[in-house]
Design a binder for this molecule. Structure first.
Ligand SMILES: Nc1nc2c(ncn2[C@@H]2O[C@H](COP(=O)(O)OP(=O)(O)OP(=O)(O)O)[C@@H](O)[C@H]2O)c(=O)[nH]1
Length: 388
């Protein structure tokens, strides 16, 4: 966590571009979704990226004037020379129109001007990033058609350091899951912005709440969205390759590591459960699996994500809804698998040996679920997979 209030320096061209021979992205252009509370600083962030001398052609799609969105493209050498196009939105909402008119406009622009290094999509303050993310991830229709040149890189959420806490508390008080919680839960990188306007104590509380909702996202503190581009772009959060040991151990830094009665976390050996009314996360350790257990894990994830109940048919008190899941685990035959899930879309993919050695696989696998209704029966049900 750092307050990055210096003007970011020029970064190496390779650091946000896909690595050469990168599996899975196939030379397609990465797309990052920027979401966040109303007035949190999304436009400040994207406008800074547009006008900074970073050496990239970044297309920024903003939903600025009601039923019109703008597509601005940064010039690699001259920040003042960015170009702008307008995009009519069918029903006034970028999120609803992006799949057809938005993607078509991006493709047209790319044909006209050559490929971009990156695409940024700024959503409105009330948007839930989940449906947009799943539109760009594991979407065969899009992959075969207009969106074949684009892949989802990550979701960045800008949280207001002044009003974020109040917003989250209000969203906890309503039925279901409020938008601010969905935004935090569905993000891969979170910028706690406007830290110049908040006290250190207030920042700690807000950041604890954020981590309580989403323990797998990277959290940075910022002023006017000042952050090095490589922290938010090129994160490849949906890749079928292992998470680094650092990103997995990040989850553990929030566990109190014992049977604390007063820490507000409900957890015991190897499992951590963060409860914040509407939404929580559940982390379960996963020892080396037999092939039967792997098949059962796949079936368990499928049932929970697709049917919103446990394989035993049990439902949890507050209803089960998974917004995001991630995991990495090994099998007895020496293979390593990753789990990636957004809403009801998921994949369990084997990862290459070389990629595994590069990332460093921890001794114990982990599965992290973020969503609603992640109560004790869910943990028990998952554990029962591992006992057969
Ligand atoms: N002091 C301070 N002001 C900021 C910071 N970031 C943004 N602002 C100001 O906050 C206001 C809202 O910022 P925007 O970037 O428009 O926020 P937004 O999230 O795009 O807003 P909506 O599109 O309305 O949801 C503007 O007046 C910004 O100048 C920050 O870190 N510190």
């Amino acid at each position: 966590m750092s307050v990055e209030d210096d003007v970011p320096s020029l970064i190496e061209p390779s650091s946000i571009l896909p690595a050469e021979g990168d599996a899975g992205t196939g030379g397609t252009v990465p797309l990052t979704i920027i979401c966040g509370f109303l007035g949190a600083g999304k436009s400040t962030l994207v406008k800074r990226i547009l006008t900074e001398r970073h050496g990239y052609r970044i297309a920024v799609i903003m939903n600025e004037f009601g039923d019109t969105a703008t597509i601005n493209v940064s010039s690699p050498d001259d920040p003042g020379a960015q170009s702008e196009e307008f995009l009519e939105l069918a029903n006034g909402c970028l999120c609803c129109s992006i799949k057809d008119s938005g993607v078509a406009a991006i493709e047209k622009l790319m044909q006209k001007k050559g490929a971009f290094d990156h695409i940024l999509l700024e959503t409105t303050g009330l948007a839930d990033p989940g449906p947009i993310a799943s539109m760009f991830w594991q979407n065969e229709e899009l992959a075969m058609g207009l969106g074949r040149d684009i892949h989802l890189d990550g979701v960045v959420c800008v949280v207001d350091a002044v009003f974020g806490r109040k917003q989250m508390e209000e969203d906890h008080a309503v039925d279901g899951i409020g938008e601010s919680l969905r935004q935090i839960a569905g993000s891969d990188v979170i910028l706690l912005n406007k830290v110049d306007l908040s006290s250190p104590e207030e920042l700690e509380i807000t950041e604890d709440m954020i981590r309580g909702i989403n323990p797998v996202a990277s959290v940075y503190r910022t002023v006017r969205g000042q952050i090095g581009l490589k922290s938010i772009l090129g994160v490849d959060a949906y890749a079928s390759r292992p998470f680094t040991t650092a990103s997995l151990s990040q989850v553990e830094t929030f566990a109190c590591g014992g049977d604390h009665q007063d820490c507000g976390h409900n957890h015991s050996h190897g499992q951590t459960h963060y409860e914040m009314r509407g939404i929580s996360s559940l982390q379960v350790d996963c020892p080396t699996l037999t092939s039967t257990q792997l098949a059962r894990l796949d079936e368990w994830i499928r049932t929970v994500l697709w049917e919103s109940h446990l394989p035993e048919g049990e439902t949890t008190g507050s209803g089960l809804e998974i917004l995001r899941c991630k995991g990495m685990f090994a099998t007895e035959d020496g293979k390593t698998y990753i789990l990636q899930g957004v809403r009801n879309l998921y994949e369990i993919a084997e990862v290459e040996g070389a990629a595994v050695s590069a990332a460093g696989v921890p001794d114990l696998g982990k599965v992290v679920l973020i969503g609603k209704g992640l109560e004790e029966p869910v943990r028990r049900s998952f554990q029962s997979l591992l006992t057969l």
